[in-house]
Design a protein around this ligand. Structure first.
Ligand code: ADP
Ligand code: MG
Length: 693
């Protein structure tokens, strides 16, 4: 249960004075939630100094001024193109306030003739006359002290002014209670950090530009709070899994030997090393929880399969869960024939498995007639009962959010869990996404793979590119055409993809298909199927196309506006044409001029195919806001913490979380109780709620 002390922060933002239906909608979009607490993490991006309050005769045009003056005259426009003017004066000079497209009534009300007003805004000089277009503030003299100071500027959205947001924010901040300190007092003193409430207040009331920097003291405190909440959550999940005794899985190796003899290739040494690590986990009497990272094409499936066979050799069952139906089917098509050859039975369970077929499958499963079950999250529905599930593989591809799914292994009371991902992840990000989970890297691809020929071209070479696609399609090959992320909104990604689709359709007719993020899972799968079968030869896509989908005929990829993608994303995209029978080509189209970082990114792409190297570079190159589409990357997103700045804090939080749970595994001490509040504050409810004790 959420502690009562936090209730005010979890109230609806509509409870803020002035926030109606419309403002609520805008706010929700802006702050990413509908609770007061979501507002707290919406941090200022700038400050405006309104302390400059000269006499008009001395005022320097170009600066933000806060003037106290008397309203002299209203000059209504003669045509609709002219502005409405209001002349004001102090005892030195006159100033014209300029308004375009306004209701005269509202201006007359705000600036009655003869009244004194405080006016704040940017002063300009026009033909030797002082003027101020659309002042930011018009207020009565008694309000001067509220305006004359540093104004906090927030990132905004159309329809929501900084003034409005500032008013809402003040109310939200006023609701922040004094919270018990969850950080170690000694550590706080050492860092010279303020308490949470003070830090939060300061962050929202910056006085200098330096206060806006992510390494400003108070921002660091908040970032650390967030990182500790993240690390503590992961540590709790891990503790929960680890605490459970596992079972010893040590098969006789016969099935594995048969399979290895039947495979047309030898395992790479990376595959063998990772398998050894997995077998050691399986043989240990604790519950296994390991992450296997391996680039697309590094051969994760066979590794997972061999590990599953180890469990089957012990007389138990194994399961593998894929993120989508099409990927589950793909695994099934690889695994089922191999199983058959050695006298085992594999089956496929997805949302599509219905009726009699499903009934029979569930029966077989509970009787132990199915050795290996492959499927989507449908595997973990309540009615699905295994006879004896001992080993679970979660194929994440590159979707994260793994910690919830770890709990799925409760199906088998002591099941070992192996998580696979096709994304090479730098150590820092492994920590934020998985905590201290053990991990293995398949950092080698099988020999004989043909490198992808990657080229970087300016967008105006588009006609040549279209000609290249034409030639390629004439050879029965298939091609991907990836459309750019235009903005952060999916709508505009879609518009760009649709536009390109329409243009290409004029050239390639029915050979072109379109897949995008707004489509339902089923529709997406259907389009991918048609592409796989060759009914579609050129697939226009936003970045949503499934990474793992295997279309060996696809040997050409065009990425439009490649400069807008992050390195890791480009690498993931390109991975899709590495499964081919033939050499592949990847064309990275960019819109000149390129920024230095973008240039470097594209160069790295041209020169390297090593996912682990690319991932490290990616993290280094990520400047603030450089990367579009981090949303799609699937990594844990932080509200305050910034991984390119607070890396060291993450490592401290990781150690801190470990120590906390060692000393106080059930979070029962006073600090433990305060930490529970921290977890709720950062909405890690699941991890605290499941706390036994
Ligand atoms: P991913 O890691 O992307 O899931 P897969 O497991 O799908 O990769 O393997 C890609 C392809 O490489 C498959 O066709 C698989 O049979 C093949 N493969 C796996 N291991 C090896 C190996 N050691 N040598 C040659 N080919 C291999
Ligand atoms: Mg795979």
């Amino acid at each position: 249960m959420r502690p009562e002390i936090l209730y005010p922060l979890f109230a609806d933002i509509a409870s803020i004075k002035g926030v109606g239906e419309r403002a609520k909608k805008l706010l929700c979009n802006l702050i990413g939630g509908d609770k007061i607490v979501n507002m707290l993490w919406h941090l200022p991006s700038n400050i405006i100094d309104r302390t400059y309050s000269p006499r008009l005769a001395n005022a320097i045009p170009g600066r933000i001024c806060t003037i106290t003056a008397k309203v002299v005259e209203h000059i209504a426009p003669k045509t609709s193109k002219q502005p409405y003017r209001v002349v004001v004066e102090d005892d030195t000079e006159q100033l014209s306030l300029i308004f375009f497209k306004v209701y005269p009534e509202s201006i007359k009300k705000a600036l009655p003739i003869g009244a004194m007003r405080v006016i704040s805004g940017k002063l300009e000089s026009f033909n030797g006359q002082l003027q101020m277009p659309h002042p930011d503030y018009i207020a009565k003299p008694e309000e001067l002290k509220n305006i004359l100071g540093m104004e906090t500027v927030y990132p905004l959205t159309a329809g929501l002014s900084n003034k409005m947001l500032g008013r809402y924010m003040a109310q939200a901040l006023a609701k922040v209670p004094d919270l018990p300190e969850w950080q170690d007092e000694k550590f706080l003193a050492q860092q010279k950090w303020n308490d949470f409430k003070t830090a939060l207040f300061n962050v929202h009331h910056p006085k200098h530009q330096a206060d806006l920097e992510p390494f400003a003291k108070d921002r660091c405190r908040l970032a650390y709070d967030e990182l500790l909440a993240n690390q503590l959550t992961l540590a709790i999940v891990r503790q929960r899994v680890k605490k459970q005794a596992g079972r010893v899985l040590k098969g006789n190796g016969l099935l594995r030997k048969k399979i290895l003899e039947k495979l047309p290739f030898r395992l790479t040494s990376a595959q063998e090393r990772v398998l050894c690590e997995i077998y050691a986990d399986q043989a240990a009497p604790f519950r296994m929880l390991r992450l296997v990272q391996g680039d697309v094409g590094s051969g994760k499936t066979i590794v997972a399969f061999l590990a599953m066979l180890n469990a089957v050799e012990c007389g138990a069952q194994a399961a593998i869960m894929a993120p989508t139906e099409i990927l589950a089917k793909q695994h099934f098509e690889t695994i089922a024939p191999l199983c058959e050859e050695i006298g085992l039975k594999a089956d496929l369970l997805t949302g599509k498995t219905k009726g009699k077929q499903r009934k029979q499958l569930l029966l077989d499963l509970s009787e132990g007639k199915i050795n290996i079950l492959i499927g989507t999250h449908a595997l973990f529905q309540e009615e699905v009962t295994f006879k004896d599930l001992a080993f679970v593989v979660v194929d994440e591809q590159h979707r994260f959010g793994v910690h919830q799914r770890l709990l799925l292994s409760e199906k088998g009371s002591k099941a070992d869990v192996l998580v696979m991902t096709a994304t090479p992840i730098p150590r820092t990000l492994v920590l934020t996404a998985y905590g201290d989970m053990e991990y293995s890297k398949i950092d080698q691809v099988p020999e004989g793979r043909k490198p992808v020929d990657t080229r970087v071209l300016p967008l105006d070479k588009l006609p040549d590119v279209v000609a290249a696609v034409k030639r390629k399609l004439a050879t029965k090959a298939r091609a991907y055409w990836v459309c750019p992320l235009v903005e952060e909104s999916e709508k505009s990604d879609l518009a760009a993809a649709e536009e390109r689709f329409a243009a290409l359709q004029k050239i390639f007719g029915a050979d072109v298909g379109l897949v995008h993020g707004k489509m339902k899972e089923k529709e997406k799968d259907a389009v991918m199927e048609r592409f796989k079968k060759g009914e579609i030869k050129l697939l226009v896509a936003t970045t949503v196309i499934e990474v793992g989908v295997n279309v060996p005929e696809a040997t050409l990829m065009i990425i439009e506006h490649a400069e807008r993608f992050g390195l890791a994303q480009l690498h993931q995209l390109r991975g899709r044409i590495k499964r081919g029978f033939e050499a592949s080509t990847c064309l990275l189209l960019y819109n000149p001029p390129l920024s230095e970082t973008a240039k470097e990114r594209l160069n790295i792409m041209r020169e390297s195919e090593d996912g682990f190297m690319i991932a490290e570079k990616d993290l280094d190159l990520r400047g603030g806001g450089e990367i579009l589409g981090t949303r799609q990357s699937g990594f844990t997103e932080f509200k305050v913490a910034d991984m390119s700045v607070h890396k060291n804090l993450l490592h401290i939080a990781n150690q801190d979380a470990k120590l906390i749970l060692e000393k106080d595994p059930n979070l029962e001490t006073p600090r433990g109780q305060a930490l529970r509040t921290l977890l709720y504050l950062f909405e890690k409810d699941d991890s605290v709620r499941n706390y036994k004790g």
